[in-house]
Design a protein around this ligand. Structure first.
Ligand SMILES: Cc1cc2nc3c(=O)[nH]c(=O)nc-3n(C[C@H](O)[C@H](O)[C@H](O)COP(=O)(O)OP(=O)(O)OC[C@H]3O[C@@H](n4cnc5c(N)ncnc54)[C@H](O)[C@@H]3O)c2cc1C
Length: 503
């Protein structure tokens, strides 16, 4: 009798264990439930790149990312703050991981000046956490809306003079690969993942937690100088390059003539602050800015008023602010959020320092011949990046960030592709290259000329992602394994354009 009761108990316990593990297994691997169609269209800030995905989820934990990867076996695309402009965040019928809620601080080490964050955190969110400790982000773009994961994946840079692209401020990160497992990546642990994923546009895996170097938040003072563009190189070498007190620097090359520019320098100082605000406000009512930006981009006489009257007046004001204040510009101040049939868009081209003047002449010629509605050309200095497999600053470079207005109809898109292609080639012929977070209209030849180490990156991708799951429209265009899928996508796009015309 005792034996029977023991056996019954054993069966019961085993039954419970089997049921429990079955439930846990199902929970981890259950298919992602169907979602409403409107959540399945992923687009970027220009509205030019709608892509329909199969599932769209917003993870908040590493486990959720792994579970979603393991619950599906098709393509995976990853989106950060969604400010890239050519479909780099989406792939048709993929599992889309929208990282915007993956935004917690994991650790802040004020003594060693490092922070570890989930990769969906934006610079703004980080600034709010570190500013009270008088710390500042070491390397970032000119605006603070971007996510850490998106910034690492393009290997971003900005006006900050020291060090170069963002890879120089990354200590390590964790990355989840297509097997759903978490890997450490640093210069000493899985270096192929470290050098491949930074600048790798989501092609290897999902960057999860990132440890970044921070620096002190110091007071900085502005000085500015207008000059003919062909005086700039000497000015830069004599006054900026070797002056360690320069924290931020850029130069605006003024349309419509592209003959003069204004250098803007921010040097560390011990002068009293002229503005004591710690970070720029995000809640400003800027309803007028999109309209004004749009008008300036359309009319040459307004561009002349800006360069000859407004900017000299605005820049004559002495300013001393904290570094975090001057690095906390919000994109909405700039005038992007304007849904209409035209959009502001960006391009960036980099050339070695000595080729500055010759590239300005080429850029000017292409803009004038093609009647491009240029709003700004912001020139920044980027020291060499000898680490990332897809490095765009393979030597010390001047980068020309171009903001322009374009219409969204297919003819306008093709016109932009034509001039942009010429500029890509002009940068390549000047020993430089172009930056990839913008509209993807470059040819395969241009891609390999601009990124001669792409073959090493593709080797890393084959190793880290053997099933070619991590994809987006950039890798659809250039990853050799995607040639058949690329042809099918091009056909589906031309069918849908024909459909639009017939309506
Ligand atoms: C107005 C404007 C100004 C800009 N100024 C600058 C500038 O000064 N300097 C500069 O360098 N760039 C600049 N850019 C470009 C910008 O830095 C990039 O587009 C950057 O990627 C934006 O970050 P994001 O979070 O929006 O990335 P997203 O656009 O969301 O993603 C970019 C890429 O990163 C991948 N990705 C995102 N998160 C992850 C993750 N967790 N794991 C793996 N892959 C991921 C995506 O798949 C995609 O391929 C500017 C863009 C705009 C619109």
């Amino acid at each position: 009798m005792g034996k029977i009761i023991f056996l019954l108990k054993l069966v019961l316990v085993l039954g419970v264990i089997v049921a429990l593990s079955g439930w846990l297994f199902y929970d981890a691997y259950k298919p992602v439930p169907p979602q409403p169609a409107e959540q399945l269209v992923v687009n970027d800030i220009t509205g030019l790149n709608p892509v329909t995905v199969a599932y769209n989820i917003k993870p908040t934990t590493q486990q959720q990312i792994s579970d979603a990867i393991m619950a599906t076996d098709g393509p995976i695309s990853v989106g950060g703050a969604r400010y890239s402009m050519g479909g780099q965040i989406a792939y048709p019928q993929s599992l889309h991981l929208d990282m915007r809620d993956y935004d917690e601080v994991i650790a802040l080490d004020t003594e060693n000046k490092t922070i570890t964050v989930q990769s969906g955190m934006t610079w703004r969110q980080i600034q709010e956490v570190i500013d009270p400790h008088d710390l500042s982000i070491k390397i970032m773009q000119d605006f603070n809306n971007f996510s850490v994961g998106g910034s690492l994946s393009v290997n971003a840079h900005g006006r900050i003079m020291a060090d170069g692209p963002i890879i120089k401020s990354v200590r390590s990160f964790k990355i989840i690969l297509a097997d759903g497992l978490l890997y450490e990546a640093s210069r000493t642990q899985n270096p192929a993942l470290f050098y491949g994923a930074i600048g790798g546009y989501g092609g290897l895996g999902v960057i999860s937690e990132v440890t970044l170097d921070l620096v002190e938040n110091v007071p900085i003072e502005r000085s500015t100088k207008a000059m003919p563009f062909n005086h700039y190189l000497d000015y830069f070498f004599d006054n900026i390059l070797h002056d360690d007190s320069v924290v931020l620097h850029n130069a605006f090359l003024y349309p419509p003539s592209y003959e003069t520019l204004r250098a803007n320098n921010w040097r560390e100082t011990d002068q009293a602050l002229t503005n004591t605000q710690r970070l720029r406000a995000t809640d400003k009512n800027n309803w007028w800015k999109p309209g004004l930006t749009d008008l300036i981009s359309r009319f040459d006489f307004l561009k002349r008023i800006r360069s000859n009257l407004i900017d000299p007046m605005v820049h004559s004001e002495p300013l001393v602010v904290m570094r975090n204040y001057e690095t906390s510009y919000d994109l909405h101040e700039y005038g992007f959020a304007k849904p209409s049939d035209s959009t502001l868009a960006m391009r960036e081209y980099s050339v070695p320092l000595q080729n500055f003047e010759v590239f300005v002449l080429k850029l000017r010629d292409i803009f004038l011949r093609n009647d491009v509605d240029v709003l700004n050309v912001s020139i920044r200095y980027t020291p060499k990046d000898n680490e990332s497999l897809l490095a765009w600053a393979r030597e010390d470079m001047f980068s020309f960030m171009v903001s322009y207005r374009q219409n969204k109809d297919p003819e306008s898109v093709s016109r932009v592709a034509a001039w942009s292609n010429r500029l890509n080639q002009a940068a390549i012929d000047s020993g430089g290259n172009y930056y990839m977070p913008f509209q993807i209209q470059d040819s395969l030849d241009q891609f390999y000329e601009a990124y001669p180490n792409a073959g090493y990156f593709f080797q890393a991708k084959r190793w880290a992602d053997p099933g070619n799951r991590f994809n987006n429209l950039l890798w659809l265009a250039f990853y050799p394994e995607n040639q058949a899928a690329k042809a099918a996508w091009a056909e589906s796009q031309s069918e849908s354009k024909k459909g639009d015309k017939n309506q």
